[in-house]
Ligand binder design. Structure first.
Ligand code: PAF
Length: 279
């Protein structure tokens, strides 16, 4: 495994690497969710690149950019054990050199849900992912469904900009009690950890109601709100049932619909989502 802090170095290494080439973009502090993406990438491609970059442009001024968890030694070891070929770990100045002026916006999709409560977040995500796609030029790029809106935005961007790669969405990895894995879970104390279960429990309740025949969107959304409300310490941001691609609220829910939920526990923003009709 080789580690590259510079774009030119990585590109030169990739020029002699066998294809197909996979990219797994991350902000580091790897957990089982990231490792599931890396394993899938390893199984489907001949060269695997993992990028580790805490991207400042996707954090708002009052968000956790400086305290976002980092552990490069551990990440390096986990990547090595998982059979990664190249780590790309640039400095901020490598990704955003002086004079950098270009941003990528995926209109409408970027403004809904997480975009409404974190203005500018998805512009930062789309911009850095577009840069990573151009730097690595992967055949496939792997993203977790846990960040469902991000996955839809990146997929849309790759299509709209003819980026010629496959965006592969991979299932959310959960703790045995249902909590979706997230690097931000480290911020939770035991009480917060309990409150965070409101997310997955609300999604499960909506799935159960859909399974029992409920098709009214507002009824399913109210049900999620009620369940989330029962978890003291969980402050709901939104609980919605949407079209899986446009992320618009639907008139009538169908088996393709996606339930999205988000909220705060002790000031930590947590998100989760699920297919309304689990396969
Ligand atoms: O999901 C993440 O970790 C980040 O948003 C990503 C895709 C690596 C872009 O910084």
């Amino acid at each position: 495994m080789k580690e590259h802090p510079r774009v030119a170095e990585l590109r030169s290494a990739l020029s002699s690497s066998p294809g197909p080439v996979a990219l797994v973009p991350t902000m580091g502090y790897l957990h089982e969710g990231h490792l599931s993406l890396i394993r899938r990438a390893r199984g489907e491609n001949r060269t695997v690149v993992v990028s580790i970059f805490v991207n400042p442009s996707q954090f708002g001024p009052n968000e956790d950019f400086t305290r976002y968890p980092r552990d490069m030694d551990r990440d390096r070891r986990l990547c090595d054990e998982a059979g990664v070929d190249h780590i790309f770990a640039p400095e901020v100045s490598e990704m955003y050199p002086p004079g950098d002026r270009t941003i990528v916006e995926v209109t409408e999709l970027q403004d809904r849900w997480e975009g409404a409560s974190r203005p500018g977040h998805f512009r930062g995500v789309a911009t850095v992912v577009a840069k990573l796609f151009r730097i690595v030029r992967p055949d496939r790029a792997y993203f977790g469904e846990k960040d469902y809106q991000q996955l839809q935005i990146v997929t849309r961007m790759a299509t709209d900009l003819f980026l010629d790669l496959e965006v592969v969405g991979c299932p959310t990895v959960r703790e045995p009690d249902g909590l979706a894995l997230s690097s931000r879970n480290v911020y939770l104390d035991p009480a917060g950890r309990q409150a965070a279960l409101g997310l997955s429990r609300a999604l499960q309740a909506a799935q159960a109601d859909f399974g029992a025949g409920e098709r009214r969107r507002t009824a399913l959304e109210r049900r999620m709100e009620r369940v989330a409300h029962d978890y003291s310490g969980f402050e709901l941001d939104y609980a919605v049932v949407v079209d899986p691609h446009t992320l618009e609220q639907l008139q009538e829910v169908n088996a393709e619909s996606r339930a999205l939920i988000a909220g705060w526990v002790s000031g930590v923003k947590l998100i989760d989502n699920a297919a309304i009709a689990p396969v």
